[in-house]
Design a protein around this ligand. Sequence first.
Ligand code: BGC
Length: 746
Amino acid sequence: MTSPSPDSPAELTLEEKASLTSGSATWYSTAAGDISRLMLTDGPHGLRRQQEGGDNLGIGDSVPATCFPPAVGLGSSWNVDLAHRIGEALGREARAQGVHVLLGPGMNIKRSPLGGRNFEYVSEDPHITGRIAAALVRGIQSRGVAATPKHFAVNNQETDRMRVSADVDERTLREIYLPAFEHVVTEAKPWALMSAYNRINGTFASEDPALLTDLLRGEWGFDGVLVSDWGAVNDRVASVAAGLDLEMPPSDTDAEIVDAVNNGTLDEAVLDTVAERLRLLAARTTDPALATDPVDVDAHHRLAADAAAEAMVLLRNEGDLLPLDPAADARIAVIGEFARTPRYQGGGSSRVVPTRLSGALEEITALIGPENVAFAPGFSLTDNPDTAAALTEEAVAAATGANRILLFLGLPDGFESEGFDRDTLALPAGQLALLERLTTLNIPIVVVLSNGATVEVAEWASSVEAILETWLLGQGGGLATAEVLFGLASPGGRLTETIPLRLSDTPSFLHFPGRDGHVGYGEGVYVGYRHYNTLDVPVAYEFGFGLGYTRFDYDDLAVVPGTDPHTWLVSATVTNVGERAGSEVVQLYVGTTENTPTRPAQELRGFAKVHLVSGESERVTLHLNARDFATWDAGQHRWRVDAGAYTVQVGSSSRRIHLSETIAVPGDDWVSELSEYSTVGEWFAHPVGGPLLQSVRDRMEAFAAGGAPELLRMVEQVPIIKLVSWKMGLTLERVREMVAFVASQR
Ligand code: BGC
């Protein structure tokens, strides 16, 4: 028999084990025995490592770090390699600062464009969310720092975020709100994960054993440390019992854990498991074999700027106004406070103190010379009506005589942040009034938008020549914006969220953000484009859309079965047929018209970003597997592939499908359970049960032939047990025998 090693969990006292389940300070876990204290730090697009002795919130009080584009921008790049490189850079900076656990990426689904924290999330779609997040996780962890995808799960609003119950059905959970987390856990294997504040169907996410243990660890194989969101624990014992390892920040309630073990309500083995997980996390994040790379601040700034160019979405470009020609298009009027005071990240826990920062005005001036630039702020960031008239007149004066207006509009921090949701999609009224006034000058206008989530554009889009949606771009955004406007770089972004015509068109409009402590997810799986494109709802700009400075052709679609059943290889050739180099996001959707409206007409199942010079082609191959055709069967609690015709669609947006092919997909070979309460129709359709009911079917068909054709369809809806009293030749005993027989054949 081997004796336990001196530092094994068994050597820790009960009190020490209890102390491990909570932090020792706002940003630190607790040390005990051989388990070292670890530092946890925000955040998702840059490090927010607090200065020693700083206040607990630490916002604005952190060590300078590279501010990369927040998830809204990075997601719009659709560039998985870029996300990996940014992950590496985040990991490098974290490690250099002694940070073991980085609290990101954020990966909740943008259920409503009103979500105050949408800028920290990737998309309304789980596929791209999972892919971008997984790349970030791999990049961060490659530098020996734990990533912490968050907030698990169904944290899709800020209103009442610490209490609200997200009331969501099982299928919608599985198809929309969980798959990105599933992907990141199974593919990128994060060493930590953060549970959310909110309740799900009445149970706090931080206290739900079905979510935290059965699903996350049991089904998906998560082996990392599950940390609470800051302050998300309400019942210490319930959360530890449910599978939460680490409460943050500490609440000084360790005695509750000790008492629970002593009075038998909590198994001490649960604490041993927590200790093992924290030991593993410490080993993973203090690997002496992995060197701490020096941080090259300049290189990270350049990476941030390159990422910013990849993130911008060119929505409109009438007469190819963009890119501007520095010689022919000067003199330029740069109007809008955001040109001088960039909004480059969002408010709240993810706010980074950047290593450097320049606004677009500064960079444009450096590029084309101060003599070619006239600037006026045009509006105040508080949308103050008292100063509006004077600022507008100043802007008109600056624009007079210019041959192009670059108008920088957007949402100030006071209109959009972590902690609250918006209640309108409109830009601030003062900005809209300025825009209207400037359009009367008959000078071509390029609107450059800075906003963390979708704003309404349809009302005014046709009154300007170009719209560049820059989202929030991080510290390199000013430089990248100047480079994109003047053609030194191309706008590489595509929409990861639909821009609707108006708020009342949005799928969650009737439910969001709920009331009386509950928010219903009544739109079900019809989130974002799954709603607009299934119902053909007109939108301003569809999911996946974005222009560039060149054009691409799509040819030669091939959809070839793979070696495993239910797998296909989808290939297409993309060619840059324009004059300039540029990037294209080749998007793969699977569509079906057979089962709509019980499933979305179309869903994103793959994408690839290609960068091609003029005339260049690339053959892109993407993969489909059974899950890409499956829906969640809430009756059987499993994925199910329905046999049928599916269209494989390849395009440059969800509504610009250039190539498509219909394939016949076989159903999966699962033989479902049948019960006494399965309907006659379900029995008829069942490969084992159907033949057992042949005599009933014969009688029904005879009735139908005898002049009662509706009878067969009526009976199909009836649970089989009801036929017992209908004298259809079925006894209760026979029904039970048949149920048992079907079960024995599975
Ligand atoms: C946020 C988390 C963040 C944590 C620590 C919470 O309010 O929801 O995303 O990581 O604070 O700052």
